[in-house]
Design a protein around this ligand. Structure first.
Ligand code: ZN
Length: 452
């Protein structure tokens, strides 16, 4: 809290006592600089931008205008198509034993419920493994419900294993005859907002309705299951597949002084889920990488080309990353980096660099040390959108790991909005990215990833 002089405090305290409590709330964060402007303007002027939607197309147009205005060159859209999905009406009610409305949202790729919805008995599974162990055919005519124990952590490592309840659970339920699958949201908050996200129905598996209930609703279901009482749910999930839709990646470059040197690729994703406005996922990421590139250029034209990839359709299956890899696999890439884990501060750096690049890693570590960012001994994992190109090109990968403690409170919910971006933490991200980029974009020697 800010220290105030005593005389001023008296006056302010008096003023505050005269205004209603709601008016005394803290003002929303106001940031400044390129990163803030990008996330603020994108969430204000475009808002939700579901993959394949007209709003995602509007976001591409917006991005081209903004990146050109910022001085980037070779700004272009590389189009591709995706298997489209649109949300529809969605609601759920526990109809027995205690009738109550549940807060639910459909998962991407969910099939629609029949007209009027469906009502069916619930089979409760405490984990995805418990569902896997259910006998074939045992879920015929039932709604399979999957609980799990995902908890917050700084590195967000629970999302991989527990997120499988969302990614694979509905298909596993379908394979055992379930009419529909409902899961506890893959989130760490205690709010009434459910978390959406994509699920997959592999070839040969019939798509069924699939949704996620909010944490408090999941707790209610778990309490009733714990009493051994039978439950029934009425489900309306009208989201459905709509065939092919247009999407695309936006690329922009700051050309390097030596075009013979492999470029540095920086990625974020432009699409968002439709419930929020995609501030932390991933407007902030696009702001961070773009601001860092411009910061480096302020000190003179970099040696290597810096290429930005604002990927399309990441959320629904990493289509943008796949399209980029397909189009650019034959080009050399020195290094790939991605910002797609919110807007909270960078707390650690991870490397995937060839042994010969050890001195480079040491220089980067020394540049980050004053920011209190230590080196993670484990190898950098990269991100969804750079995964394929890094593998195909043998590019090095550096992760500036962001603090994920509160990321899954907001992830894929209506609460992913601009006010959740802390300008000070956003600025710390930009500073860390700038320091790394200033070194790698001016590195004369070869840069590559560790041998696979
Ligand atoms: Zn994301």
């Amino acid at each position: 809290m800010t220290q105030l002089h005593r005389p001023a405090l008296t006056g302010i305290a008096l003023c505050l006592s005269l205004v209603p409590a709601h008016a005394a709330r803290a003002a929303p964060p106001q940031g400044e600089g390129v990163a803030w402007d990008i996330v603020a303007d994108l969430t204000t002027e475009i808002g939700p931008r579901l993959a394949g939607s007209p709003r995602e197309a509007a976001a591409r147009d917006w991005a081209v205008v903004r990146l050109k205005a910022l001085g980037f060159q070779n700004v272009r859209v590389e189009p591709f198509t995706i298997a489209g999905w649109v949300r529809g009406a969605e609601s759920a009610e526990l109809t027995g034993p205690y009738p109550q409305r549940l807060h639910i949202t459909a998962l991407g790729n969910s099939a629609p419920t029949p007209v009027g919805g469906l009502t069916a008995p619930v089979v409760y599974f405490a984990s995805l493994d418990a569902l896997r162990a259910a006998p074939a055919g045992s879920l015929a005519g039932k709604i399979a419900y999957i609980d799990h124990a995902f908890v917050a952590s700084q590195d967000g490592s629970g999302y991989g294993p527990f997120g499988q309840a969302r990614r694979q659970g509905p298909a596993i339920g379908a394979s055992k005859g379930a009419l529909a699958v409902v899961i506890r949201s893959i989130g760490t908050d205690h709010n009434r907002d459910p978390h959406t996200g994509g699920t997959n129905f592999p070839e040969g598996t019939k798509a069924i309705p699939a949704g996620a209930v909010s944490g408090p609703d999941a707790d209610l279901i778990a309490r009733i299951a714990g009493r051994g009482q039978a439950m029934t749910i009425h489900l309306v999930l009208e989201g459905h597949a709509v065939g092919e839709l247009p999407s695309g990646n936006v690329l922009a470059e700051l050309p390097g002084r030596d075009p013979s040197l492999a470029p540095v690729l920086l990625a974020c994703h432009l699409d968002s889920w439709d419930l929020g406005t995609g501030a932390i996922d991933d407007g902030a990421g696009c702001g961070i990488i773009t601001a860092a590139a411009l910061n480096v250029a302020k000190h003179g034209q970099p040696l290597r080309t810096i290429r930005l990839l604002w990927a399309g359709s990441e959320e629904v299956g990493v289509f943008g990353g796949a399209a980029y890899a397909k189009a650019h696999a034959s080009e050399p890439h020195a290094l790939a980096m991605e910002s797609d884990f919110g807007a909270d501060r960078v707390w650690r750096v991870s490397f995937n660099l060839a042994a010969a690049n050890k001195p480079l890693a040491e220089r980067i570590a020394a540049a980050l040390a004053p920011l209190g960012i230590p080196v993670n001994a484990a190898k950098a994992g990269g991100g969804a959108d750079i995964g394929e190109i890094a593998k195909a090109s043998g590019a090095a990968v550096i992760d500036l790991d962001q603090d994920g403690t509160r990321y899954f409170d907001l992830h894929h919910t209506p609460d992913d909005t601009l006010d959740k971006v802390d300008p000070a933490q956003l600025a710390q991200n930009v500073e860390a990215w700038t320091r790394v980029l200033a070194i790698v974009a001016n590195e004369t020697g070869p840069i590559s990833g560790a041998a696979q």
